[in-house]
Design a protein around this ligand. Structure first.
Ligand SMILES: [Ca+2]
Ligand SMILES: [Ca+2]
Ligand SMILES: [Ca+2]
Ligand SMILES: [Ca+2]
Length: 249
């Protein structure tokens, strides 16, 4: 009997120690996803290798881009379990809980916070790393959160004779309805950059009321500024504070 007990203990210890996997980190259910990541990143059951019981392990699902929380074959990017405006794929990027619409409990939904550049995992008003990236070849402006592209908009940058400068800049001022003395037109939702006279703004309006057409977007026709469409310009203006980095390439 004593020998049997000893054997049992030995087997138990063997399997307990075999629980240490996943690149040497503790992995209680031995599914290849470390306990720490199950608790803090994927919010899966660290004691169940198949959290949603669909026959595919958490490891397998996460690595193939599927939700380990949904027994249906739904991709992480198409799943928003807690309906907070942040897909399960983005919840992983921001380390928020895909089953809790307000991870930090500050009264604002995860998706709403992220959209305005606030860290949805931290309730102390902490900001995400917000920046803009402008691609002159593609004629796009990307709004980045922690270096991930959150939103992308078509632009119209400077034409060949008045090209938009490239390099790393910063937003230095914001004017809701800026007036260009040089060209005699309004430039709504102006975000000025630290390079002479260059800014990001809405499609300009002439004093006559004529508005440059949306059909300019995607084509470089400006005097050097970066023009955005009607909804895009106010969206970006309302989310970008002074001192935000702007990379133009
Ligand atoms: Ca695990
Ligand atoms: Ca599963
Ligand atoms: Ca969500
Ligand atoms: Ca929140």
């Amino acid at each position: 009997m004593k020998i049997l007990n000893f054997t049992f203990c030995f087997i138990f210890l063997f399997f307990a120690s075999a629980g240490v996997r996943a690149n040497g980190l503790p992995d209680a259910d031995r599914d290849g996803v470390p306990d720490k990541d199950e608790l803090e990143l994927y919010y899966t059951d660290m004691n169940n290798p198949d959290t949603d019981g669909d026959g595919y392990s958490d490891f397998e699902e996460i690595n193939r881009g599927f939700s380990p929380h949904n027994p249906e074959p739904v991709k992480l990017i198409d799943s928003d379990l807690d309906e907070d405006g942040l897909s399960d794929a983005w919840e992983i990027k921001f380390k928020t809980n895909p089953n809790n619409p307000d991870t930090d409990g500050d009264g604002f939904k995860d998706g709403e916070e992220a959209d305005y550049g606030f860290d949805p995992a931290r309730g102390d008003g902490a900001r995400l790393d917000v920046s803009l990236k402008i691609n002159l070849d593609a004629q796009t402006l990307d709004y980045l959160l922690n270096s991930y592209v959150w939103r992308s908009f078509p632009i119209s940058s400077g034409k060949a004779s008045t090209p938009t400068p490239t390099g790393e800049f910063k937003v230095v001022n914001k004017i809701e309805k800026a007036w260009s003395r040089t060209y005699g037109l309004w430039m709504p939702y102006w975000l000025g950059l630290n390079v002479s006279g260059i800014g990001i703004h809405e499609l300009p309006i002439w004093p006559s009321g004529y508005r440059e057409g949306e059909n300019h977007l995607g084509t470089p026709v400006s005097h050097g500024c970066i023009r955005l469409g009607l909804d895009a310009a106010s969206y970006v203006y309302n989310r970008i504070p002074v001192a935000t980095s702007v990379l133009i390439h």
